[in-house]
Structures are given as C-alpha cells and as structure tokens.
Design a protein around this ligand. Structure first.
Ligand code: AMP
Length: 286
C-alpha cells in the first residue's frame, strides 16, 4: 500500500511491533526497513524509494547511535532534524518512522555487544575502533525489533553493508539484506550527512575523492598493473588535490574485503580521507 502524507511515528519496540502486526494482519505483504541516523538526504531517500518499489510496508528508523561513534566531537556535531526527516520520508513514500529515544534503545544495564569478525578487520575497522561493533549491535537490535522481510543499506558504506550481510547470515536473522548503489552529486561527490560540515573551499576539493577512485579503478581494470604502484599514485593524487591526509586507499576482494595485489577477480576500491576535521569515505567497483 502507498503512503499518503507524513509517516506514522512510533518510539518504542512495543508500538513498532503492534503497528507492523496490524499492517500485516489487515494488508499482508512484505515489510521493508531502512535504518538511518537521520539528517536525511537523497542517498537515504533512494533506499526508501527502493523499499517502496519492492515492499508493501516501508519503515525507516532514525536513531543517532552513540555506540558507533569513535570520536565524541563527531557525535556532538552530528546533524539532527526529525521534523524535516519526517516530511522527506512522507514525500518518498515511507509509511512509518521509528525514532526511539536513546534510553529505549540502551536502557540502564544494557550489556550486550555484537562483534563481527573478518570483514570488519581492516579499513574502517582499523581506523575507527569500536565503530563496527556499535553498528552491528544497533542493526541487530533494529532487525530483531522490526523483523522486516528486507532491510536496505547503501553501498556508500560498503564495508558496513558486508558486515550486516555477515551478521544476518551468522545469527540466522530471517531478513534479506539489499544493497543500494551510491547516490552522488552532479560532480561525483557521494552524498553524506557530513558534507554539510565542509567549508566552501573543502567542498571544491571533495569531488577529487570519487574522481581519483574512478580513475584508479579504470587503470587497475585495464592495465592489470600491480595494485601497489597505482594505489600509491592514487594516494598522491588525493594529497595533491588538497586532502589533508589519507587514511587508506585499498583494493579488496568485493565479497570478503581481503586485500588484493591486482584486480584479477571482482574487486572494490575503497578510500577514506580527511578535509580538515571532516573525514570522507567512498568506494567504487573495479
Ligand atoms: P547513515 O544515516 O549515515 O547511517 O546512513 C543510513 C543508510 O543510508 C546507510 O545504509 C548508508 O549506507 C545509506 N547512505 C548514506 N549515504 C548514501 C548515499 N550517498 N547513497 C546511497 N546510500 C547512502
């Protein structure tokens, strides 16, 4: 069924389950869940639209999850706009907004954490200690709270997408995990809530991340050259463009994220780099 107007807002697991049970009882059909941290942009809304196109009931969650922030300043600066989010969700065809308060998600005494091995070991896992444990814990909770048929995640956060696929499979959570391609600005910059923190000058430099990834991926695919030299060139190109530092630019197996010496199988090229206090990540298929 198609939503009209703003979505119904629910704030507790009990309300969420009751509302979904009622929808399933009266209309049947598939439930799609889109987990987010709010401050919604067209990237998030692409997930909602994908859910709308393939599911009968669309739920979006908005919860700024403190457990996945490795820097207190990043959590403090994180943009919040629930009423704007609700309006945008309504326009995108979302039926229900699940916006639990912090103490409903993590009540006093909360002591459980979900740690996924393997795919979380390198890249963001190395540079943001505890990040994926926070993500895995909150996503496991959201999946068990809503028990959707499908949950939608962006390829923008490629390592996160693989982490969530892994945890759903390993914990036998009966949900299909669907990845949605990255939505970009006209100049190639991947949409991100953190782009709002860029100065005018940094915003001019930022598209170099996607550009460098695309150019490096093309050369990796065409030349069959050893990755080492091309990755070093990519890193140098980012610094030349004006990035202040580069956490990584890495060629990995597209399914396991194991490092690759050459693009001799389905691969992903991933990078993270800093513009002042803002850290941008992006990735492309090779
Ligand atoms: P966040 O609110 O940053 O936790 O993101 C919520 C979901 O939106 C995640 O699955 C992200 O991967 C996805 N997402 C964020 N930015 C984009 C984008 N530019 N294109 C597609 N999906 C995105």
């Amino acid at each position: 069924m198609t939503a009209a107007g703003p979505p119904v807002t629910v704030r507790t697991v009990a309300e969420l389950r009751a509302a979904l049970q009622e929808r399933r009882r009266t209309h049947g059909g598939r439930v799609g869940l889109v987990p987010t941290m709010g401050a919604l942009h067209a990237g998030h809304l692409a997930l909602v639209e994908r859910a709308r196109a393939t599911c009968d009931h669309v739920v979006a969650s908005v919860f700024v999850n403190p457990k996945q922030f490795d820097r207190p300043d990043d959590l403090e600066c994180y943009p919040r706009d629930e009423s704007g989010d609700a309006r945008a969700l309504g326009r995108a065809g979302c039926d229900m907004l699940y916006a639990p308060p912090q103490d409903a998600m993590y009540p006093a005494g909360f002591a459980t954490s979900v740690r996924v091995g393997g795919v979380t070991d390198a890249l963001e896992g190395t540079h943001r200690p505890g990040h994926f444990e926070g993500v895995a814990t909150v996503v496991t909770k959201l999946l068990l709270q809503a028990l959707p048929d499908v949950a939608f995640f962006g390829e923008k956060d490629y390592q996160q997408l693989l982490t969530i696929r892994r945890l759903a499979a390993d914990l036998d959570i009966p949900v299909a995990i669907e990845g949605v391609p990255t939505v970009r600005e006209a100049d190639g910059l991947a949409l991100s809530s953190r782009n709002a923190n860029l100065t005018v000058q940094q915003r001019r430099i930022a598209p170099a991340l996607a550009e460098t990834l695309r150019a490096t991926a093309r050369r990796l695919a065409e030349d069959g050259a050893p990755a080492d030299a091309l990755l070093a060139e990519g890193r140098a190109a980012l610094l030349r463009s004006g990035f202040d530092s580069v956490d990584y630019i890495a060629l990995c197996d597209a399914a396991s994220l194991a490092p690759l010496d050459a693009a001799d199988r389905p691969a992903r090229l991933l990078a993270a780099a800093w513009l002042g206090p803002t850290r941008l990540i992006d990735n492309v298929a090779v």
